[in-house]
Write a protein that binds this ligand. Structure first.
Ligand code: PLP
Length: 354
């Protein structure tokens, strides 16, 4: 793929803002180049524009080079940048699996990009019948997607493990899109990858120049409040992310907190292990409840649970102070609640009240 043919012409031609910290690199004794307040209070200086310390710790954990990482104000910034870099407003379109994460569509609408949702194929697997309701497997409709891709399709959005269905796709299945549509950017959103039995797509980055992998510090790492999203791709694409982003898009407090938690990955892994144990226990216990018709297989930190009356269960749980996500009105998720795995005590409460 020739990147210059898919990037918006105005972005290709963009002369990025050059900030004071870009122009001078090195150590000095007096910094009077950025109109900052000189009195040190810990936050009086502008932060690193490209967050080198965070990337130095993150790169080996992800198995990619530091220059293959973009860090943003949540994944939401990375999602928005994908539109702003590749998609011409009013002309281009993107194709996405459905149901999936809502921000792909919101950012498409904000950027005036046509959003073509292709429903997953919900295939009943009667081998895995629970109570009187067969488990549904959510498969990607390859031919449906092929039929919607045209000259102006710039991006295909795939979320794996998918939110809200919870399932993950095999690397080979996703690789098909990378090979089949070499002129289209394929974004694989791996927000839940640390909970998954399937491997990350990052190992394919050297092979496919049209691949962008999204991850986040918000879920497994337990850092939703600091807003730190991750995009990984080949260096050329990352250079465009860096050109288009706001100069100081990740603030100092976020960078400091990220450095702290990335220095202790064992703590994250211990929590993930605990959450996975609880996910297995919840799966076992939920299907025993008379109210529950099915619990779908999950590669994430939540379970999609089909109940007899989703709206009624949602209301009753809410009255008891338990907030789950009602997915009853989401395509292919009729009758379902999405329940995040909590602490063992929280999970016990949910089982009791359901
Ligand atoms: C939670 C989630 C994210 C994380 O978004 P942040 O902006 O990084 O907090 C991204 N993608 C999906 C599919 C999610 O469910």
């Amino acid at each position: 793929m020739e990147l210059s043919t898919i990037i918006r012409p105005n972005i290709l031609a963009l002369a990025p803002y050059s900030c004071a910290r870009d122009e001078f690199k090195g150590e000095a004794s007096v910094y009077v180049d950025a109109n900052e307040n000189p009195y040190n209070n810990g936050v009086n200086r502008y932060p690193e524009p490209l967050q080198p310390e965070v990337k130095r710790l993150m790169a080996p954990l992800k198995g990619v080079g530091e220059e293959q990482i973009f860090l943003g104000n949540g994944s939401d910034e990375a999602i928005d940048l994908v539109y702003r870099i590749f998609c011409r407003p009013g002309t281009d379109n993107v194709v996405a699996i459905s149901p999936s994460y809502g921000m792909y569509k919101v950012c498409a609408d904000v950027n005036d990009i046509e959003y073509r949702a292709v429903p997953l194929i919900a295939k009943e697997n009667s081998n895995r019948q629970i109570v009187n309701c067969p488990i549904v497997q959510y498969q990607i409709d390859r031919e449906g997607i092929r039929a919607r891709v045209d000259q102006n399709t710039k991006v295909i959005w795939i979320c794996s493990p998918n939110n809200p269905t919870g399932n993950a796709y095999e690397v080979e299945e996703l690789e098909w899109f990378l090979r089949e549509f070499p002129q289209v950017i394929v974004v694989v959103d791996e927000a839940y990858i640390d909970f998954s039995s399937k491997p990350s797509m990052t190992t394919l980055l050297p092979k496919y120049k049209n691949l962008i992998v999204l991850q986040t510090m918000s879920k497994a790492w337990g850092q939703a409040a600091i807003r730190l999203g991750i995009a990984m791709a080949n260096t050329e694409i990352i250079e465009y992310f860096n050109r288009v982003k706001y100069p100081y898009n990740v603030n100092l407090l976020t960078q400091q907190q990220a450095v702290k938690v990335l220095s202790e990955p064992e703590a994250m892994r211990a929590q993930v292990d605990e959450i996975l144990r609880e996910r297995a226990r919840m799966e076992q216990e939920l299907v025993k409840l008379p109210n529950v018709l099915a619990v779908y297989p999950s590669d994430a930190n939540f379970l999609l649970v089909k109940v007899k009356d989703a709206d009624a269960s949602y209301r009753e749980l809410q009255q008891k102070g338990i907030i789950v996500r009602n997915r009853n009105r989401v395509e292919l998720c009729q009758g379902c609640l999405r329940i995040t795995i909590g602490t063992p005590a929280e999970n016990d409460t949910i089982l009791r009240e359901l």
